[in-house]
Design a protein around this ligand. Structure first.
Ligand code: FA5
Length: 355
């Protein structure tokens, strides 16, 4: 009964049921399909007449199925739209989001100032050979200046950590060059970089350093430094003053300026400590040490290069270097009362400096 079939299709409550009806009438074993298969057994007259009717039914059923399917889909869409309607007046959810640590932000700020001045940014290892951290920087074992940097010594359990080696600038094993330390400053990278490159160049080296300190409000056992190194044929102390002054302006605006006072580090001659003028508070901030690269370093670097089969590259060169405390700058600039807040990971502190 075609009328009943069409009506049933028109009332199909959902797509699943509609699919069932489609199979029932038009599927491989469906009623219409089956009926068409029997046509062959009829006499020609009847066959033509019945064939025409069956084809009409088939077409009618197909149209009805299509129409109902479109209807059902439209209904489903409407229902979905209603359900998912967006109430734009509802307050939103606050998603917890992370932020950069205050140290990372200051490091990025510093590094970006130097990038604008044409410096490259490089990093070095935190577990360092005694040779790069001290000896090559003109601080032999007996040198009193080693006391300035109370040191964490690292002892390898050779049996358990056979695989651990300290690698030199070319990946060579330098574990044998004295003991191993947690680097006490980023200055060791001066040596590593010079061995690996030929002047002229300008680099800054941000990094974590470690000292066996009695901690207090301005001293941590782990903190960060930014090292700078410029080497070339005619580099002078005036260039150093210029770069540090530019850093001061980058940090504190055009009223920023720098002050040098003589001091001693074994790896520079002459050596200075430098401070920056903080216009807002009208005071000087002591930030780090600097000076002209000591000729001893050039010699140590060239000797090392020669041992590696490389030509000497530093005769006739001059250069300057500086090293500054990253947390120290943050302490002063933000008026943070105690450096130990930095790494206690208290959110109440960290959130105040979220970037
Ligand atoms: C040095 O470490 C030298 N390598 C700096 C240098 C580099 C001089 C290149 C000349 C040429 P010093 O020990 O003074 O120097 O440390 C540099 C800065 O690190 C200090 O000015 C201070 O800002 C910071 N600093 C030192 N000790 C600590 C500490 N325990 N906690 C936090 N910051 C520190």
């Amino acid at each position: 009964d075609i009328e009943a079939a069409l009506e049933e299709i028109g009332r199909a409550p959902n797509l699943e049921r509609l699919q069932g009806l489609k199979v029932h009438y038009l599927g491989k074993n469906g009623q219409v399909t089956q009926a068409m298969k029997t046509l062959g057994q009829l006499p020609p007259e009847e066959r033509r007449e019945k064939g025409r009717v069956l084809n009409e039914w088939k077409r009618a059923l197909e149209l009805a199925l299509e129409a109902r399917e479109a209807q059902l889909k439209e209904q489903a869409l409407q229902a979905q739209l209603e359900q998912e309607a967006l109430d734009v007046s509802l307050p939103g959810y606050a998603f917890p989001s992370g932020g950069l640590h205050i140290t990372s932000r200051i490091v990025l700020e510093l590094v970006n100032i130097f990038r604008r001045l044409g410096f490259s940014v490089v990093e070095g290892p935190e577990v360092e050979s005694e040779f790069f951290n001290f000896d090559a920087l003109n601080m032999p074992e007996w040198h009193p200046a080693r006391d300035m940097q109370d040191t964490f010594w690292v002892e390898f359990n050779r049996a358990a950590e056979e695989a651990f080696t300290i690698q030199g600038p070319f990946g060579e094993d330098v574990t044998g060059l004295g003991g191993a330390v947690l680097r006490t400053h980023t200055s060791g990278m001066q040596i590593r970089y010079m061995i690996q490159h030929t002047p002229p160049f300008r680099i800054v080296v941000p990094g974590r350093v470690f000292r066996y300190e009695q901690t207090d409000a301005s001293h941590e056992a782990m903190f960060h430094q930014l090292e700078g190194l410029v080497v070339g044929p005619n580099i002078t102390m005036a260039d150093l003053k210029g770069a540090i002054s530019e850093l001061a302006r980058g940090l504190f605006g055009k009223e920023g300026k720098a002050r040098f006072q003589p001091t001693f580090f074994p790896f520079v001659e002459p050596g200075v400590q430098f401070a920056m003028w903080w216009p807002e508070r009208q005071k000087w901030l002591e930030l780090g040490g600097a000076g002209m690269v000591h000729p001893y370093l050039f010699k140590a670097v060239d000797d090392y290069r020669e041992r590696q089969g490389l030509p000497r590259a530093y005769e006739g060169m001059t250069g300057w270097a500086f090293g500054m405390g990253v947390e120290r700058l943050a302490l002063l600039r933000y008026g943070i009362p105690d450096i130990r807040y930095f790494y206690q990971n208290r959110l109440s502190f960290l959130r105040q400096f979220r970037g």
